[in-house]
Design a protein around this ligand. Sequence first.
Ligand SMILES: [Zn+2]
Length: 371
Amino acid sequence: MKRKFEILEEDEKTDARVGILRLKSCSVETPVFMPVGTNANVKTMTTRDLEEMGYNLILSNTLHLYLKPGHKMIERFGGLHKFMGWNRGILTDSGGFQVYSFRKIRKLSHDGVFFKSPVDGSEHFLTPELVVEIQESLGSDVAMVLDECPPLESEREYVVKSLKRTTEWAKRCKNLHKKEDQLLFGIVQGGFFEDLRIESAKQITALDFPGYGIGGLSLGEERETTVRMLEASLSQIPKDKPRYLMGVGSPDMILEAVERGIDMFDSVYPTRMGRHGVALTHHGRLNVRSGRYKEDGEPLDPKCDCRVCKTYTKAYINYLFSRKEILGMILLTYHNLYFMSKFMENVRNSIKGNFFGKFKEEFLKSYLSSS
Ligand SMILES: [Zn+2]
């Protein structure tokens, strides 16, 4: 039997690598970016759009689907793939991060986390066991363990306790998880303390998961801190396992992480930007709503060959946004996701061709120049 994850090429000068992740639905080349489909859809995109752009792995949110329409309902439809009309890969998160974001309406205990639904105020108790049960019902290709993400300003004492809890919960998830065609990834936490990052990574990797997420970063800390915490976490994760930096999706940060050996990313960044009128381009972010594009007959990004850039002008999209037309959001989301898909393909090609360093330098020079 072929291994679930295999490294195909390694960059000679850095820790960047190209790998293949073999999932039940399809094989995925890494480094990969996963668009976020919170409520069983990537906002404004059809699954056909995503296929056309070359995506074969997306992320969906366990907690949202548990609240609505309910995992049992999705199971009756034959699982999440059938329910949403997508037959390629799906990774489901564990809900740990969402619960973290409901900070005012949650209560943590040894057994799990109690919270009130932001949708209807109903009360729920999320446990490691329930999180595994939900993800097994959804039938995702990759499931994540329940973890606790300590807030940015947490004291060391709190992070020490939280880290222990995350390890305990990871153990309980692993013990209960039975679905053979679903990979269950562990999650490294440890707040913003290098030694605690190392400690968490040691404890989680000792449980031997087929892949590892690195959580609790990009909460608003300095970029230099993100990189330091990332390096500390990675120092303990075996090289032959897929490594997933959770919730990070800006191209510049992706390059820093790929250089250090990260294989997987997810973020709402390109889709959220698109809905707010911001295009990602080779010259950085472009706010198409700005008055300066009112009569601009050029495409969003002359270097992009997506069907939006081939067909429409900045002036037209600017006009759609000024009229609050839904099509504006659809077109920008499409372009942004296409941009990310191509970007990741170029990252992989640069590693295969042994010029990752040069690619990174040239991309950043143009991307950070901002037109
Ligand atoms: Zn485009």
